[in-house]
Every structure is written in C-alpha cells, then in structure tokens.
Design a protein around this ligand. Structure first.
Ligand code: CDP
Length: 226
C-alpha cells in the first residue's frame, strides 16, 4: 500500500500528539513529536546557561546536541533522548515550557530541527505533529491536519496532565504558559504557527479520542487510496 506523510499542526495542548500517536499506531507508521525535539534542545540550553541572544554560543551548543527517539517497551511509546539520556519526563516540566518558545524561535534552532525532521520523513509512512510541519517541514505532505480545541478545554486538559505529576501546579500558571507560547509561536519570524492553505481543520473540543481518530483515519485512508 502507498505510504503518505501526515502532518498535524496547531496551538499548544490541543491534543495533536495524542491524535498523531493514535494514527501512527493504526496505520503502522512512525510517529514523531517534533515539540519534544525543541523541548530537549531547550533543556540543554537551560543546563548550559545558553543566552539565546548569543548566536555563537547557540551554534556551538547545537553542535553538541544529538537527538533521538527510542522505543520504551514499558509505555509502548517512544521516548526523547538527548545525548543518550532519556529526557522524556524532564522535558515536560514547566521550566522547559516556560523557555521553549524563545529557543524554538531562533533561526539556527529551526534549521537544526527542520533538517532532522525532513530526513525522518524521507521514506514517508510518518505522522509528525508540531507547529510548522505542514507549512515548512513537509509542504508537500499528502494529508495536513490543523487541530484546534476551545482554549478553556486545552487549559483543562494540560492542567490535569501536569497536576498528576506535580500537585502544586495551578490552573492559572498553565493558562498563562499556553497563552504565552501560542502568542510567541504564532508571531515569530521563522516558521510561525500557521494553518497551511491545504490543511483540513479538526476541532476536537467535543470529540472523544476514539471519535477524533475515526475522523482523521477516514481522511488518511482517502489519501492513501487516492
Ligand atoms: O504539547 P504542547 O502542544 O504543549 O507543545 P509541544 O508540541 O511539546 O511544543 C513545545 C514548543 O515547541 C511549542 O510551544 C513551540 O514553541 C515549539 N515547537 C515549534 O516551534 N515547532 C514545532 N514544530 C513543534 C514545537
């Protein structure tokens, strides 16, 4: 059967990764969470105290970073590795969320991320989610989905997720972070978050996981059999 590229873009915490993972599992495709890559780069920058305004230091730091995804048999999902360290859990912490949009806006960081993401899609059979996947990374993808959800629903979902790991987190903190990232991701100079003109919109505010999967799967099958 013909393999295609599926891209999912959208605002923070709109369920892109969940849907991308579901789709990849159903189609036996590779799933790549591009946000995890920017989060891992941000973790490295925080640890090494890299000043985003210092281009030379940014370039040097990027030359020291190797990113990879490795299958975790316990969770059945892929974990993000930064220079051979499993950082899957660390990169979801609020301190990373607070800095990731600044780091991800840098031209050098975008080039670093996009080049690796394009290589991963060379053989097709991939589902990738992020902000610029259908516009910059795979402008020729066969299926582009722009995922949306009501802002209040997004805040609630992310709050629940984070609260399980850290009960001291507040809903206001989560809301502020999502608003800040959405603003920065949409207004940056390089690869801003945009809906590709040929993307289909999926609003999952009132859909269950199973329902959103069925909608997206039908679109994917149409493209695969085209
Ligand atoms: O899961 P959530 O929607 O909160 O975010 P994420 O997908 O983990 O992405 C974290 C951050 O990485 C975003 O807020 C963007 O600043 C950046 N990002 C990006 O610039 N380009 C992408 N393709 C994916 C993420």
């Amino acid at each position: 059967m013909r393999k295609i590229i599926i891209t999912l873009d959208g605002y923070s915490s709109c369920g892109k990764s969940t849907l991308a993972r579901q789709l990849a599992r159903e189609l036996n495709y590779v799933f790549i969470d591009s946000g995890a890559m920017y989060r891992a780069i941000t973790l490295y920058f925080l640890r090494a105290h890299i000043d985003c305004a210092d281009t030379e230091k940014v370039i040097k730091a990027l030359s020291e970073i190797a990113l990879s995804f490795e299958y975790n048999p316990v969770t059945g999902q892929s974990d993000m590795y930064l220079n051979d360290e499993n950082v899957e859990s660390l990169i979801r912490e609020m301190v990373v969320s607070e800095h990731v949009s600044e780091v991800a806006a840098l031209k050098e960081v975008r080039e670093f991320g996009v080049t690796q993401q394009q290589l991963m899609g060379k053989k097709k059979g991939i589902v990738m989610d992020g902000r610029d996947i259908g516009t910059t990374v795979f402008p020729d993808a066969e299926l582009k989905i722009f995922v949306t959800a009501d802002p209040a629903v997004r805040v609630e979902r992310r709050f629940k997720e984070l609260f399980e790991k850290n009960p001291s987190i507040t809903i206001e903190e989560v809301k502020r972070n999502l608003e800040m990232r959405d603003y920065m991701d949409s207004n940056r100079e390089f690869s801003p978050l945009r809906q590709a003109p040929d993307a289909v919109i999926l609003d999952n505010s009132n859909l269950t996981r199973e329902e959103q999967l069925q909608v997206a799967l039908a679109w994917a099958k149409e493209r695969i059999n085209a």
